[in-house]
Write a new protein. Structure first.
Length: 150
């Protein structure tokens, strides 16, 4: 972990760069869980954030340039974790905000934003605060419904 110079309040950051392919997302899920645990997030908050990072990556991989690099930056600030996932894309489209995937991101991560750079790199930013809510306990997005949730 390193400190970010010139950014007040940002204490630590970790950057992970890996091939833009679904086979490598387990690395990001593990890094997400480890960093959230370092901030004393609850188990439910850690799982919510892991799912949100996975979903953000899945959104980006749909339009990522083949053979490109997916970049994930984690910033630990006080009692929150900011995760920025980015990848060069073929069409430079920002994710649509009226989709189920965006709803999942917003519910699980708290604050969610997206940006598109001039070079068509799309970034999705998740900002999760410890104790900041998320999915109700027991309600997992992977197929959970009111009828199946404990």
């Amino acid at each position: 972990m390193s400190q970010i110079d010139g950014e007040p309040g940002v204490q630590d950051f970790v950057e992970v760069r890996l091939p833009a392919a679904g086979a490598y997302l387990s690395v990001l899920r593990t890094a997400t869980a480890g960093l959230a645990a370092r901030l004393d997030f609850t188990l439910d908050e850690i799982e919510d954030l892991r799912i949100a990072v996975d979903e953000a990556c899945a959104i980006l991989l749909q339009q990522a340039v083949p053979g490109s690099v997916l970049c994930c930056e984690f910033r630990l600030v006080g009692d929150s974790l900011k995760v920025i996932v980015s990848a060069p894309t073929t069409d430079g489209r920002a994710p649509e905000r009226d989709t189920f995937a965006w709803t999942v991101l917003s519910a699980l991560a708290g604050e969610v934003e997206s940006t598109v750079a001039e070079d068509k790199t799309v970034s999705i930013s998740l900002h999760k605060k410890r104790g900041g809510g998320g999915a109700p306990p027991g309600a997992r997005w992977a197929g959970a419904t009111a009828a199946t949730a404990p």
